[in-house]
Write a protein that binds this ligand. Structure first.
Ligand code: CS2
Length: 460
């Protein structure tokens, strides 16, 4: 038996399911990147909003790269289960807020139709850091952009303008600093070059709130799906597993209607930056550190890496001193409590969060996770510099480096001494040139950490 509208009543009583009339709800949101993260976060908030009596917040999801999610969800009428795990406990609920999954390659017209519908109020994005198609200088890479969401989005927005419809809220939910401003800037470049007649309409009529989204969502494994099937008595090919924790801070800048998300714990604020910076530097910065150092030390999961005494000490320093050090917290934002909570989240073995999942796309993640903190720090940052040494080793050693800049990274590292490696990646003309200018002392520290970590790798 497979999860579907017709089999909902066969679920065990402890699996809660939508009580609202799904078919009567309009599609208010088109969302690019309907992978596990969006299904554990945005879709769960929309489901809860409709459960609490709001109307019109169904989601039309768009997959950019493959039809895998469409194959999982469309035969299930868009339904899937979300299981929150912690320790030995797991609670499962059916999420009803996804109407359909459209695929970029084959459903371009339907995607434009959904965006151009008067019901659509919000277009959301969880397309990952690389989905924004920024070149190494931060500007839009037009060739890549043509294969991403830009043409699909613009086709829909162009029709809204032609049909005299109002603009929409363009809601970026990716781990980028000032993600709303970044989307506005990149979309501005795209419309200027490709769809000039809407290049004024978009900034005038649409809005781009910045957001901080937080929920750890490990990739679902076949073993997870099989265990769930044994527990609930049916198969769910779209099942998502996550932690209990969830946080969403959104800049109060909507172009039109939105769900009353604040009733569900979402913080709607005037400035997201302190939350966003803390999350990127503390949570994500610690994650990348645990990933590269943990893999070198033979660990597979985040909970194993955080239990390794040396890594634990260093990651605490990275979060509490190096990451938090230059952040000016918002009123009521407690960075020490945040770090305590992060350690507890990382420790939870129920999540089975693979370090390899975090290690991918380092070139897209490291600038906002580590380099900003390095640039602003008044003293040396030994934990982050150790993380950099581990990343250099990861680039050199990893057989299948999963990174859009893999070839360039390898060319910058292989057969080079550490001074050259640091220069090629982080120097003024390096691949990830930034405000951080590595000092001689920084390079000496990286060199020492590199040889210590490298010896440890040989011992595995
Ligand atoms: C992780 C994030 O994969 C990664 O790079 O650091 O996906 C992290 O789990 C989320 O941002 C948590 O909100």
């Amino acid at each position: 038996m497979r999860l579907a509208p017709a089999t909902l009543d066969d679920l065990p009583a402890d699996v809660s399911r939508p009580s609202y009339d799904r078919d009567a709800q309009a599609v208010g949101i088109v969302h690019f990147g309907i992978g596990a993260f969006a299904r554990a976060h945005l879709a769960a908030y929309c489901d809860a909003a409709m459960e609490s009596g709001e109307n019109g917040w169904m989601i039309s999801g768009v997959s950019l790269r493959s039809d895998a999610v469409a194959q999982q969800l469309d035969p299930q009428g868009g339904l899937y289960t979300l299981t929150e795990r912690s320790g030995n406990e797991a609670t499962t609920r059916v999420i009803g807020s996804i109407r359909e999954v459209l695929v970029a390659g084959s459903d371009a017209e339907a995607i434009a139709d959904r965006i151009a519908s008067p019901d659509c109020k919000i277009v959301g994005f969880t397309v990952t850091e690389k989905g924004y198609c920024r070149g190494s200088d931060g500007s839009l890479d037009l060739d890549l952009a043509e294969k991403s969401f830009y043409p699909l989005l613009c086709a829909g927005l162009r029709r809204r303008r032609t049909e005299g419809l109002p603009g929409v809220t363009l809601l970026s939910c990716d781990n980028l600093p000032d993600n709303g401003g970044e989307l506005a800037r990149l979309l501005g470049s795209y419309t200027h070059l490709r769809t000039r007649h809407i290049s004024m309409w978009v900034p005038d009529e649409c809005s781009f709130p910045s957001t901080m989204v937080d929920r750890i969502v490990p990739a679902t494994s076949d073993a997870d799906r099989d265990a769930l099937a044994r527990r609930i008595g049916m198969r769910d090919e779209g099942a998502v597993f996550t932690e209990r924790f969830t946080q969403w801070v959104i800049e109060d800048r909507f172009a039109g209607p939105r769900p009353c998300w604040e009733k569900l714990g979402v913080e709607i604020v005037s400035d997201v930056a302190p939350y966003e910076t803390a999350k990127l530097r503390m949570l994500n910065g610690a994650h990348s550190f645990l990933a590269y150092c943990g893999l070198l030390r033979g660990h597979e999961f985040v909970h194993q890496a955080i239990a390794d005494p040396e890594l634990r000490l260093a990651v605490n320093r990275l979060m509490r001193v190096e990451g938090a050090g230059c952040i000016n917290p918002a009123p009521g934002q407690d960075l020490i409590a945040y770090a305590d909570r992060l350690v507890a989240r990382f420790e939870d073995p129920a999540l089975n969060h693979r370090l390899a999942q975090i290690a991918m796309d380092g070139s897209q993640k490291i600038p906002q996770r580590w380099l900003g903190a390095l640039a602003e720090a008044s003293g040396q940052c030994p934990a982050i510099l150790t993380g950099i040494a581990a990343w250099l080793l990861h680039i050199a050693d990893c057989k299948l480096l999963d990174d859009p800049l893999a070839e360039k990274l390898r060319a910058g590292v292989e057969g080079k001494d550490i001074v050259e490696q640091v220069f090629n990646l982080f120097g003024a003309k390096g691949l990830l040139a930034s405000a951080w200018v590595p000092s001689a002392a920084d390079i000496a520290f990286i060199e020492k950490a590199h040889s210590e970590l490298g010896r440890m790798g040989e011992g595995q």
